[in-house]
Design a protein around this ligand. Structure first.
Ligand code: TRP
Length: 756
């Protein structure tokens, strides 16, 4: 039965809001850009169709030549698969493929496009031309449509017209990762790529003499006027297309001839564009066959056939998904090895006697953490591989018990020394690798097959990495040997102010297929009233305003419990602050320096965070508000795993992984912002929320009660987002950390919120 779906309904209802936020986010970045998918509304799709027929735009003709000559070869190589086309538009470029596909009975075709009108138009024409074709249409972004592909399996996914060239590297990798995750071994991927050639030919293709391409660019601004109530003089805008030979891409932008205010009344934001300023609307990258094949190979697609036109302007690559080891399992074992590497690095920076001593009543000696990592690994690898090594286990239990007692201050017990602890870790790791290679007959598939147990071990070890760093931070007179870093003057200035998040029903909880903790599940929907949340975390300079206004001595800002704690603990500043000759200084991780005004405030308790918020006439966000600000994406309707999307964290996106003994400057990671423009939600400092740690409706303990269940409703507050000391593998938007409201040896700060 033919189907027509628009994925998802949510995105449709929220269409204009999503468009507005996406525009705001692009205009707020430096250099400014606009999201290219909005080029393709009904009028834009029509203009693009005209572009494919202008004499300068050789791409469509070259690809057409290839497909006309080889469609039947492609169909033969691909076998009886459903043809799925991404960015199908009018489906004209698919005609030859459909000829080949329908030469056999039972052919099915799924057209996927962002533009519903274009799909409906195409469907009408196609159904006439190919009456026997089973035809489905799917309107939405690629992200939203990929997970639906499996129902059409086996499939050949076609991505033609060199549309892949419109993706910058990060999106390109995310795209291929998604493809890898959603296709089965044997499925095909057919990719059209435009090849690198001389600048003149390329520039002409993107700036035709009749001015159709220029109209296509201007239509984006007309569309804004139509849908977002902007009042841009769109006809004045100049269309520019230049070849950048280093990046091997055509760069398309819109230049404003005069100073222009872009007001987005629907979301209350505005931007001043200077005369002569160019806003990037699109890139179109050009490729080389071999490097693209290598890239595909790295994502589990191997070469089947390469076709080019006579002039070798364009290429069509046919690849198949290989039966490579499950990508998730591959990723899991990498994470598992990386976590150990990080532990070893951490240890190498601390002299042995300091690993063996207890430095604070709050923290165990570091060798205890090491014992716990080893013991935990041993137990779970035994369970997952159904290979128990009794003798080892007994030794481990002994160690575990001894170390657990050490926590209760009975330090005289036989904790391992640093050398023993290291050997233990090493020995158990080798043992684990061996057991994983030869699991027992009754090994539980649920833990082993998809890498779940390794993901869990990687995260567990990474979390100990952060606890160990807390202990290290409390060692008297020891400077953790990582260099301080002064911000460079050109660092992006932080986004100021607050984002207004619209009221609505939002998805909360774990949104990944990887291991997540029981307390992040089940994923469920919550109704939220509209609220405001700060675009950046609170800085030291801002917090200093509170200190200098006598905030620590003014009970009106503090809760009853907060006042009690403040007086008893004698706290007058965040942990580590000190005034010397009228100048504020701070000590973090043993490094003493002038108070860095532009870093996020760190080492504040929940009580201090809440008092600060009250002083500013604001409040802390609830954990749900925080999660929505980080994860909601009004365009796809799918919650994001990280504020920026689904890619694994890296240093350009988030301040994680212990790269320096303090958080990075606020504003220095604009690429990591969330859909709503909130920066540095992941990494930097953990952010206190007003929520108490409670189970989600329908909670089930996994893998064991002690992880979260025993901590619910014990007066803990939830912290979100991870810190500079958190490992990237152990954090995501849905991750919930919890601690007592008075704790501040942790890497904690805050972000303001308010009703809206
Ligand atoms: N995928 C097309 C390409 O890169 C898109 C395109 C053609 C385009 N001409 C354009 C996008 C002009 C923006 C502006 O060739």
């Amino acid at each position: 039965m033919p189907t027509s779906a628009t994925a998802p309904a949510f995105a449709r209802e929220r269409g204009n809001e999503a468009f507005a936020f996406a525009v705001a986010s692009g205009l707020a970045s430096a250099p400014r850009s606009l999201p290219c998918r909005y080029l393709y509304d009904e009028r834009g799709s029509d203009l693009f169709d005209q572009i494919t027929r202008v004499p300068e735009y050789y791409l469509t003709r070259a690809e057409d030549e290839i497909l006309r000559a080889h469609a039947h070869d492609i169909r033969r190589a691909a076998g009886p698969t459903t043809l799925i086309e991404l960015g199908s538009g009018t489906s004209t470029k698919t005609r030859h493929l459909l000829d080949a596909w329908t030469s056999q009975p039972g052919a099915a075709y799924v057209a996927v496009d962002i533009c519903r009108e274009a799909l409906d138009g195409a469907a009408k024409v196609l159904q006439k031309g190919f009456p026997d074709l089973e035809l489905h249409t799917l309107a939405g972004t690629y992200e939203a449509s990929f997970p639906r592909f499996r129902q059409f399996s086996p499939i050949t996914v076609a991505f033609l017209g060199s549309s892949i060239g419109n993706l910058a590297d990060p999106q390109l990798d995310a795209f291929l990762e998604m493809l890898e995750r959603n296709l089965y071994p044997g499925d095909g991927f057919l990719l059209g790529i435009d090849l690198v050639k001389d600048a003149k030919t390329l520039e002409a293709a993107y700036d035709d003499g009749a001015g159709v391409t220029a109209d296509f660019t201007r239509n984006l601004f007309h569309r804004m006027n139509r849908e977002l109530e902007t009042t841009i003089a769109a006809d004045q805008i100049e269309h520019i297309a230049v070849w950048n030979p280093e990046e091997e891409q055509i760069e398309i932008s819109a230049r404003f001839p005069t100073n222009t205010e872009i007001r987005l009344p629907t979301i209350g934001q505005e931007f001043s564009i200077a005369a002569g300023e160019a806003i990037r609307t699109e890139i179109s990258r050009k490729f080389h066959v071999e490097s693209m094949l290598a890239r595909l190979e790295a994502h589990g697609f191997s070469r089947q056939e390469v076709y080019t036109d006579r002039e070798e302007q364009f290429a069509v690559l046919l690849t198949t998904k290989t039966a490579s080891p499950c990508p998730r399992k591959k990723r899991a074992s990498r994470q598992w090895e990386e976590s150990r590497q990080a532990t070893n690095e951490l240890l190498s920076a601390v002299p042995d006697p300091l690993l063996e001593a207890q430095h604070s009543r709050l923290m165990s000696p570091l060798v205890w953490d090491l014992g716990h990592i080893a013991n935990f690994e041993n137990q779970w690898i035994s369970t997952a591989t159904a290979t128990s090594r009794t003798a080892d286990l007994r030794a481990q239990d002994h160690l575990f018990e001894a170390t657990a007692h050490a926590r209760a201050d009975r330090l005289k017990l036989d904790l391992p020394n640093a050398t023993e602890a290291r050997e233990q870790l090493q020995q158990i790791r080798e043992d684990s690798r061996r057991r994983l290679r030869a699991p027992g007959k009754n090994a539980p598939a649920r833990l082993l097959d998809n890498g779940l147990v390794l993901e869990m071990l990687a995260q567990h070890e990474a979390q100990h990495g952060e606890t160990m760093l807390q202990s290290i931070g409390l060692i008297d007179g020891f400077a953790w040997p990582r260099p301080l870093r002064n911000p460079s003057p050109e660092e992006h200035t932080p986004a100021r102010g607050m984002a207004i998040i619209p009221a609505g029903a939002y998805s909360i909880g774990a949104a990944t297929d990887g291991f997540t903790y029981d307390n992040e599940s089940p994923r469920h929907t919550r109704e939220l009233a509209s609220f405001a949340i700060a675009l950046a975390p609170v800085t030291n300079r801002e917090f200093l305003g509170f200190v200098e206004a006598g905030g620590y001595r003014r009970p009106e800002f503090w809760s009853a419990a907060g006042n009690c704690w403040r007086e008893k603990a004698g706290v007058e500043t965040p942990l580590g602050w000190q005034q010397i000759n009228g100048e504020w200084h701070t000590t973090t991780m043993g490094h003493h320096r002038r108070l860095p005004h532009h870093e996020a405030v760190i080492h504040v308790s929940y009580f201090e965070a809440a008092a600060y918020a009250k002083f500013r006439g604001k409040r802390l966000p609830t954990e749900f508000e925080w999660e929505v600000a980080a994860s909601a994406d009004l365009e796809t309707g799918e919650p994001r795993i990280y504020p920026w999307g689904g890619r694994e964290p890296h240093p350009g996106l988030a301040d994680l992984d212990q790269s320096r003994p303090h958080p990075q400057t606020v504003g220095s990671l604009p690429e990591g912002r969330s859909f709503f423009g909130c920066e540095q939600m992941m990494g930097g400092v953990w952010e206190w929320t007003s929520s108490e740690f409670k189970p989600y409706p329908g909670f089930q303990a996994f893998p064991y009660e002690e992880y979260s269940a025993v901590h619910f409703d014990q007066g803990y507050r939830v912290l979100r987002g991870g810190s500079w000391a958190t490992r990237g593998v152990a954090i995501r938007n849905s991750f919930r950390n919890w601690d007592l409201p008075e704790r501040r040896q942790i890497f904690s700060g805050l972000r303001l919120a308010a009703d809206a």
